[in-house]
Design a protein around this ligand. Structure first.
Ligand SMILES: Cc1cc2nc3c(=O)[nH]c(=O)nc-3n(C[C@H](O)[C@H](O)[C@H](O)COP(=O)(O)O)c2cc1C
Length: 316
């Protein structure tokens, strides 16, 4: 009998994002959507097989429905986009009633991104989402202004970031991902505080604040004056922050910021990210997420890598 010694290499792309959590958060592959850029997932299911993704992160959700900021809310910049959506969303109750039942029938895990103006908002949101079929984890956006502290972002101050994390952990049995804001002088210190407060994983980074001015009107271009910068323009900053965070904590890190192609994603993974999120790239290439996924797989085959774990932190 002739044995075929050149059998096809099996590639394992699966990643565990909540290894310390009792039920865990196992993804079939490391490619996720970035919050606010993929709606509730349902809007994109006709474009491609979204079940092939590692996870879907839905848009930022608040306790009450929100109309969002005045128009215009989007401005194109060199290699990026400024947005000031202002958390337009249907609110937690409608999400639980209308969206979660759809997600419950999906194979791909859905993670709900939450936003608040006070620590208690986050805790209330986390308890509303706890035990709801169709919701696999919570991602906490700590890049929101804390109204009680004069509008400083929760994530700009390690103590506040830890307070929000602990409050969410107490209120839910779901895995908790904490999404860091780049608006801090010590991203590694914030990551350590959040990890010590019980976060199961860290996502990094959210958008970077900026403005654009319409010179004919002599006015800021965005209705809200400031917006958050995303896209390739922020990639080197995001990559550095992920590198810093992955070097400071033991829990998994999810890289985000300017990922357009598989090579960008692999850079984040080599910097120490266990998974990655694709956001702005999907606005110009609706197939961006799958291109990234297929590109990672091709890279692994080409390099003879059987398990994605071999790539995580490989550049450190
Ligand atoms: C239009 C838009 C809306 C966003 N909304 C949210 C949100 O609701 N919650 C959140 O945590 N991040 C939000 N983000 C930030 C993204 O999830 C991501 O962190 C950021 O855009 C960087 O990734 P990218 O360069 O791949 O887009 C939003 C980004 C954009 C462009």
């Amino acid at each position: 009998m002739h044995l075929n010694r050149h059998k096809e290499l099996a590639t394992n792309l699966s990643v565990q994002l909540a290894p310390k959590h009792k039920s865990g958060l196992l993804l079939a592959n490391p490619v996720m959507t970035a919050s606010g850029t993929f709606g509730y997932g349902t809007e994109y299911s006709h474009l491609f097989d979204i079940q092939r993704l590692g996870a879907i992160v839905c848009k930022g959700t608040t306790l009450e429905p929100r109309e969002g900021n005045p128009q215009p809310r989007l401005a194109e910049t060199a290699c990026g986009v400024l947005n000031s959506i202002g958390m337009q969303n249907i609110g937690a109750d409608a999400l639980v009633k209308e969206k979660a039942p759809i997600w419950a029938g999906w194979r791909v895990p859905v993670i709900v991104n939450i936003a608040g103006e006070a620590v208690d908002d986050y805790a209330q949101l986390a308890s509303k989402l706890d035990g709801v079929a169709g919701i696999s984890a919570i991602e906490v956006n700590i890049g929101c202004p804390n109204l009680k502290a004069g509008g400083i972002e929760f994530g700009s101050e390690p103590g506040l970031a830890a307070e929000v994390t602990a409050a969410v952990k107490r209120a839910t049995s779901l895995p908790v991902l904490v999404k860091l804001t780049p608006h801090t002088s010590d991203i590694a210190g914030t990551a350590v505080s959040v990890a010590e407060a019980g976060a199961d994983a860290i996502s990094a980074i959210n958008t970077i604040k900026g403005i654009a001015i319409d010179i004919t009107r002599r006015r800021p271009l965005l209705g809200n004056i400031t917006g958050g910068l995303s896209g390739p323009a922020i990639k080197p900053v995001a990559l550095w922050m992920v590198y810093e965070v992955a070097g400071a904590v033991e829990i998994p890190v999810i890289g985000c910021g300017g990922i357009v192609a598989a090579s960008d994603a692999i850079e984040f993974i080599m910097a120490g990210a266990s998974a990655i999120q694709v956001g702005t790239a999907g606005f110009t290439n609706p197939r961006a997420h799958l291109d990234v996924l297929e590109g990672i797989e091709q890279f692994m085959k080409k390099e003879g890598i059987e398990d994605i774990a071999e790539l995580i932190g490989a550049a450190r």
